[in-house]
Design a protein around this ligand. Structure first.
Ligand SMILES: *[C@@H]1O[C@H](CO)[C@@H](O)[C@H](O)[C@H]1NC(C)=O
Ligand SMILES: *[C@@H]1O[C@H](CO)[C@@H](O)[C@H](O)[C@H]1NC(C)=O
Ligand SMILES: *[C@@H]1O[C@H](CO)[C@@H](O)[C@H](O)[C@H]1NC(C)=O
Ligand SMILES: *[C@@H]1O[C@H](CO)[C@@H](O)[C@H](O)[C@H]1NC(C)=O
Ligand SMILES: *[C@@H]1O[C@H](CO)[C@@H](O)[C@H](O)[C@H]1NC(C)=O
Ligand SMILES: *[C@@H]1O[C@H](CO)[C@@H](O)[C@H](O)[C@H]1NC(C)=O
Ligand SMILES: *[C@@H]1O[C@H](CO)[C@@H](O)[C@H](O)[C@H]1NC(C)=O
Length: 331
């Protein structure tokens, strides 16, 4: 019993690592983490990949990692609910791949980007609509103080009111609010050493200075036939260093934003869209009470496996069965 108690405590503790899943998702959304670079390459990319591998399952996310632009084909991309561009740089997709990506975004695909993702595909209209604003420059890395503008969002719910650490503070070619963004995080510019900015000119990035934001309706031209709507977007300019990726504060911020964007109900993971992975096997069938005719449950289960409500029911029943089993064992 002690051993079991410890196991249960350990399970609870590992649960506490992350904020809850996007609860409405009946299956795990599948997300392509793309890290190809043509220009500057951040040495934090391997640490970013390790951390995403570690945290993904806590958020019910299936991550695939790639640096191969050939993955941007219709056949490959139809499996993905979301993409997460992590410190990608410059032009990494050829014109055909850009066309595939644009169509995927207009089909409900969900875009999230981190740090230099805004310095990628600068000539691709749909990419700019997805990310919200493109990179212009950053002053030298320094200790900066970031603040959430709201805590009423999964990306900022766990962020301290004043979060000070060493980061590259990005400045943009335009204000992401012009592209429909809602800014979630800002920086205290009064404490920032930035000789590049001319204080006599209105700041190109807008005010308050945008550090992380979301876009409910990215401004693509149209939605492809059959898609309920465009996917949401989320972007954070934080995430330069290994040290940052190793903090819970950053990972909760990032994955809070990514799961919020996926939860916009535009893909098959949410049983509404025309793209995405809705083929994750359902949980095993719940044990049935012993009855004379209970032997045919297997076939019945397979027939109804496509129904999301049945799957949700199976999950609840499975959880109850597990809880019952634990209780029985414990006595
Ligand atoms: C960050 O981590 C990577 C992978 O472990 C390592 O190669 C790199 O040197 C680290 N960067 C710094 C600045 O320590
Ligand atoms: C899928 O992506 C891989 C690269 O990851 C590529 O080699 C392959 O050709 C793509 N498949 C199709 C059907 O486009
Ligand atoms: C969905 O995800 C499962 C589990 O990773 C995988 O086996 C399956 O091939 C995926 N389906 C599609 C359409 O990508
Ligand atoms: C984008 O287009 C402009 C104007 O045609 C060109 O000067 C610039 O080099 C292009 N940038 C990239 C990254 O391709
Ligand atoms: C909108 O359509 C025009 C004309 O076809 C095209 O040049 C532009 O790239 C499109 N924008 C987006 C965001 O897809
Ligand atoms: C940031 O502050 C810490 C602690 O005060 C200090 O050790 C570090 O050198 C500072 N980093 C930078 C880049 O100024
Ligand atoms: C199987 O049992 C259920 C519940 O007891 C009952 O409603 C159903 O009619 C039975 N089916 C057959 C084929 O006996």
């Amino acid at each position: 019993m002690f051993a079991l108690g410890a196991l249960f405590t350990a399970a609870l503790a590992s649960f506490a690592l992350a904020k809850p899943n996007p609860a409405s998702a009946p299956v795990s959304p599948r997300v392509l983490v793309f890290t190809k670079t043509e220009g500057f390459r951040h040495d934090s990319i391997p640490v970013a990949i390790d951390q995403l591998r570690k945290y993904g399952p806590e958020y019910n996310l299936m991550f695939d990692f790639s640096e191969d632009a050939a993955i941007f084909s219709d056949a490959n991309m139809t499996a993905y609910d979301g993409v997460l561009f992590v410190s990608t740089s410059e032009t990494i997709l050829n014109p055909d791949q850009q066309g595939v990506f644009t169509k995927w975004l207009q089909s409900g695909g969900v875009y999230s980007g981190v740090h230099l993702a805004c310095g990628t595909q600068q000539n691709m209209t749909a990419y700019k609509a997805a990310v919200g604003a493109l990179f212009e420059y950053h002053p030298e890395q320094q200790n900066a103080t970031f603040s959430p503008l709201t805590k009423d969002h999964p990306a900022t719910a766990d962020m301290p009111d004043q979060w000070t650490y060493s980061e590259e503070v990005y400045f943009f070619q335009s204000d992401p609010r012009e592209m429909g963004a809602t800014v979630l995080v800002t920086v205290d510019k009064t404490k920032l050493y930035n000789p590049t900015e001319n204080p006599d000119e209105p700041p190109k990035s807008g005010t308050p200075h945008p550090i992380a934001w979301y876009i409910e309706k990215p401004q693509y031209n149209y939605t492809v036939e059959g898609a309920p709507k465009h996917g949401r977007s989320f972007y954070t300019s934080l995430g330069h260093s290994n040290e940052t990726w190793m903090t819970d504060t950053f990972m909760f911020h990032l994955l809070g934003g990514v799961t919020w964007a996926l939860d916009g109900a535009s893909t098959r993971a949410y049983q509404v869209g025309i793209i995405g992975n809705n083929t994750t096997p359902p949980p095993p069938p719940p044990p049935t009470p012993k009855e004379d005719n209970s032997t045919d449950t297997g076939a019945g289960y397979i027939k109804s496996a496509a129904s999301p409500s049945y799957m949700a029911g199976g999950l609840v029943a499975g959880t109850l069965a597990l809880a019952t089993a634990l209780l029985l064992y414990d006595t």
